[in-house]
Design a protein around this ligand. Sequence first.
Ligand code: 5GP
Length: 346
Amino acid sequence: MRIESDIKLGFKDVLFRPKRSTLRSRSQVSLQRTFRFMHSGREWTGVPVIAANMDTVGTFEIAKALAEHDMLTALHKHYTEQEWDTFLKDADEDIYNRIMVSSGTSDKDFAKLTSLLERHPKLYFICIDVANGYSEHFVSFVTRVRQAFPDKVIIAGNVVTGEMVEELLLGGADVVKVGIGPGSVCTTRVKTGVGYPQLSAIIECADAAHGLSGQIIGDGGCTCAGDVSKGFGGGADFMMLGGMLAGHDESGGEIVEENGKTFKQFYGMSSSTAMDKHSGGVAGYRASEGKTVKVPYRGPVVNTVQDILGGVRSTCTYVGAAQLKELTKRTTFIRVQEQENRIFNG
Ligand code: 5GP
């Protein structure tokens, strides 16, 4: 047994130190980024915030709304080919830059992915997603997908340590998704005792990925726009959001009325709710590692999107970054014992 005793940080442990700046207004800040992906060689430009591939968040409706802001959506993997056909029927060309196809790692998943990409060859982002990205099987699946689709952008996750980021990038991933346990409806840390504070995971994994010209996605744990900024400040190339985008008109999940208030259901993809819905229940050998919650209904997602992007722009002005690309370089985090003053939070 070993103990690592250097400090690992979550979003709640830091704040940005403000810096002198020549920027006058947040309207001067550009959140667009351009990346060239290491294996596929493709170039992409957009706002690097991604809706999570959960069936309550990564919906076609969310994808349309986020595409208006040049943001991405990882569509959940339970859509049928017919549903994809309908969605893509009158999709303008730019939509292909704004959506990702999700896949698990079974032979059935591979067959479904292959068939979908043959039907719609313009789809080019593939998100291969498992709760635990540390298995050999996962790395070989990523390599198999890379061999089958040399010119697609492959995202693989989730992991939280630099050596596994390197292994996945060398195994064929262009981008690695980072986060084990920080999610709003995740119970992995409670059920298994496994996890890694998300800001430190981002900082360490970004460093490993950038050394090989790869990118990372900080996935999970953002509770507010400030956390999204902290992820970018820590070195994340993309940030992925679940709970922050739940509860809207465009989100999935049933509407629940209680005492005159409206809520929408939101649940983890390995919660018993999701497993009952998609896999005929929780298999006997495993525990559910996700929660089911009700989030207050929040109307159209565009208001939340503006709030998040406005917040990140404002962070950039506080530290003097004219473009999101400069944010990491301009970031000094200070460790803190407090975040906001909650006296009027009820
Ligand atoms: P959030 O933004 O809600 O904090 O986190 C979203 C992320 O939580 C997702 O992108 C995914 O990585 C993770 N997640 C979603 N469902 C589950 C689940 O049932 N269990 C666990 N452990 N993580 C989940």
